[in-house]
Design a protein around this ligand. Structure first.
Ligand code: NPG
Length: 365
């Protein structure tokens, strides 16, 4: 496969409701889409970087810059997606940007060969169970309304965003109101090890897991915390590679791993993390970054691998967007279907895509 160029396309997607986490509130997703064009086919990737460097050091303008100046020019001799990682390995970090372009090349390659991403990654299911991530709210009443609505829609597991001052009471209220549902919490690094006794108070709520309670670099802190609380510790931000996953597991820093392809540099590294976790009996689940249908399609393929034994943040399109840029993913009995068409298995809808596009840039190779 010979790449002829890469298009960077920025789109602006208003969320159906603001999404509040411990690091900020997202009301509109400023998404960077990457389209890789080859002599045989073209493919899509979605960059999951946010507008600002708040979830991690990456942000969308930086992703566009590093792709334009360094990554795309380095792909001139690349003929297959497996060559993208090695071609970019001398560049440090910027994993979300790397993931976006690797996915676009992989999608183009799979489409040219008439193969699906799910099959390529080793998927063993044709449907995946779905959870939903519920942001921090102004009041417990508002939270209960939101959780009730999602449960009515069929979501199989609820994840609550927490932070100091918004943890015990909202969790207790959700448990009291909705009983024995699958429930987990996500702190996005908002606590320190000094909060261990406070976090041990969550033990009584029988949570599936607590996600990334401490700083992303604090692997030993997570190992210490894991010894002091009964709730299983899950890592997200800390796990940037298969090597990082292996180290965190060996140190006892996590019992569960959230896999987000963008965070780790792409689907090929995501699969390696899955393999490391499976070999160590560590359950994994697929995280989300408020993706459009492009990123969602690929995540659902990944979530169909055998080690993904917990419902992911792979919600239906209408949880995020009134109008998506692809045909929507619609929840069916709490599950989404794994795409069956070649590549990521979905195409942008031309008019919908044009309507939200704010800029495009063609980078010839
Ligand atoms: O359903 O896509 C989704 C969102 C899931 O909570 C979610 N994502 O930290 O995992 C996270 C969080 C996030 C959202 C992080 C937006 C960064 C930005």
């Amino acid at each position: 496969m010979k790449l002829t160029g890469v298009e960077l396309r920025r789109i602006s997607m208003p969320l159906v409701s603001p999404f509040r986490t411990s690091f900020g509130t997202e009301t509109t997703r400023d998404v960077l889409l990457v389209r890789a064009v080859s002599t045989e086919a073209e493919g899509w990737g979605e960059c999951v970087a946010m507008s600002g460097p708040l979830y991690s050091s990456e942000y969308v303008d930086a992703a566009a810059d590093v792709l334009r100046r360094f990554f795309v020019p380095a792909l001139a001799a690349v003929e297959s997606a497996v060559e993208v990682g090695p071609a970019l390995s001398r560049f440090h970090g910027h994993r979300m940007a790397k993931a976006a372009v690797e996915t676009a090349v992989l999608d183009a390659e799979l489409r040219a060969e008439n193969r699906t991403l799910a099959r390529e990654l080793g998927a063993v299911h044709d449907r995946v169970p779905c959870g939903v991530s519920v942001g921090i709210m102004d009041s417990v009443g508002e939270l209960l309304d939101a959780v009730g609505k999602y449960l009515d829609q069929g979501y199989l597991r609820i994840k609550l965003k927490i932070q100091p001052g918004w943890d015990i009471e909202p969790i207790r209220a959700v448990r009291e109101q909705f009983g024995d549902i699958l429930l987990q919490v996500d702190a996005n690094t908002a606590y320190t090890l000094a909060d261990a006794r406070h976090l041990a108070r969550l033990d009584t709520f029988n949570l599936l897991l607590i996600e990334q309670p401490l700083d992303e670099e604090d692997i030993l802190g997570h190992a210490d915390l894991a010894r002091q609380i009964d709730t299983p510790v899950c890592l997200d931000e800390s796990i940037t590679s298969a090597r990082a996953a292996a180290a965190a597991i060996r140190l006892g820093a996590c019992a569960i791993v959230n896999i987000k392809p963008g965070r780790v540099g792409g689907y090929l590294e995501a699969r390696r993390i899955h393999d490391v976790c499976l070999a160590n009996d560590i359950p994994v689940w697929c995280g989300g970054m408020l993706e459009t249908g492009i990123g969602r399609a690929a995540n659902i393929a990944l979530a169909a691998l055998p080690g993904f034994t917990l419902p992911g943040d792979t919600s239906a399109s209408d949880r995020y967007y009134r109008t998506d840029i692809t045909p929507p993913f619609v929840l069916d009995d709490g599950e989404l279907p794994v795409p069956t068409s070649p590549g990521i298995g979905i195409d942008p809808l031309e008019a919908e895509l044009e309507a939200v596009t704010t800029s495009t840039e063609w980078l010839p190779l």
